[in-house]
Write a protein that binds this ligand. Sequence first.
Ligand SMILES: C[S@@+](CC[C@H](N)C(=O)[O-])C[C@H]1O[C@@H](n2cnc3c(N)ncnc32)[C@H](O)[C@@H]1O
Length: 358
Amino acid sequence: MSESAPPVLPSDASLRPVQAAEGLAPGVVADWLNWGAAELVGHSDSARADAEMLLAARLVVDRSQLRLRHEDTIEVATVLRYASCIERRKGGEPVAYIVGRQGFWTLELAVDTAVLIPRADTETLVEWAISVLPKQLPIVGRATPADPTDSGGRGPPYVLDLGTGSGAIALAIASERLDARVTATDVSEASLDVARENARLNGVSNVEFLRASWFEGVRKSPLPPGEGWVRDSAETERSVAPESLTPSPSPGGRGETSALFDLIVSNPPYIAEGDEHLAALRYEPRLALTSGPDGLDAVREIIRDAAQHLNAGGWLLLEHGHDQGAAVRALLESAGFVKIETRKDFGNNDRVTGGQKP
Ligand SMILES: C[S@@+](CC[C@H](N)C(=O)[O-])C[C@H]1O[C@@H](n2cnc3c(N)ncnc32)[C@H](O)[C@@H]1O
């Protein structure tokens, strides 16, 4: 506790921030953190961390900087805004929506209620995705031809992220592989606006955004030999039909029978309609959460159509619910995929299943 006079804290836990205004006085960071954490007990499993994130956002510092500023005095106006954030959190709103930001992979992403808050468990999918991409060729020289992941001069890897939301998966992959050409789709234009903004905020330029319902509106093979898929900049700014994709020269030299993508990833909605967990997710868009009576409608549609868009040897990786691994493996097997495997998330739950097109 600081040695300065403690702030006058609202004694009534139910006091609304505006009502509390009269009683608030300038105080130091440490005191207001203690107050916020105490207010959130019983409303959040991470009361202290939430209070830190909310106060750090109000002070426009990160949490580590906040810890160095425990003795700093906070203006009443800032305290009032912080108290209002604490109140929202007590109502169940996720911290990410209150502060408008969420960390994912190495990126800081803007989020609002148009998009799902990216989850740390989705990094399992990103890690796997990066590992299956053909190795990036060194600028001088090449990997040995015996290396199975040598891209062998076939051009940049093409990646498709279906249902991109905030852009989390697409931007994480693109930021790790600057040579990749990533297409990120969503059926929600509001999501695409957030994803485009996140590309800009994170300085990622090798992703293009496309409004599409799963594969409808996503161009597939064949491409004429020696042509790639880059669109002109005017078209990149708006939702486009597949016909408006403009071929451009590519060093790739893909054959007439090849498909466009080397890797397709998706974290589709996968919760069953009526699932009891939906109540806790009421701030997130329903479009991002549910998919039919068993939650697998989107997964079925993606698996049904993916092979037509994948090159031979290309991978399809799908995030899913902890109890859906066996069902997704069976669907991939029926669709002819090989090397099918399920990987676990940080909580040791089945989370991502993938397979390779033979
Ligand atoms: C679970 S969220 C995943 C968001 C993001 N990829 C992530 O991992 O954080 C599912 C996303 O799929 C999108 N979506 C739902 N139905 C879709 C459809 N028919 N076609 C394309 N995207 C769809 C939603 O708008 C949402 O952004």
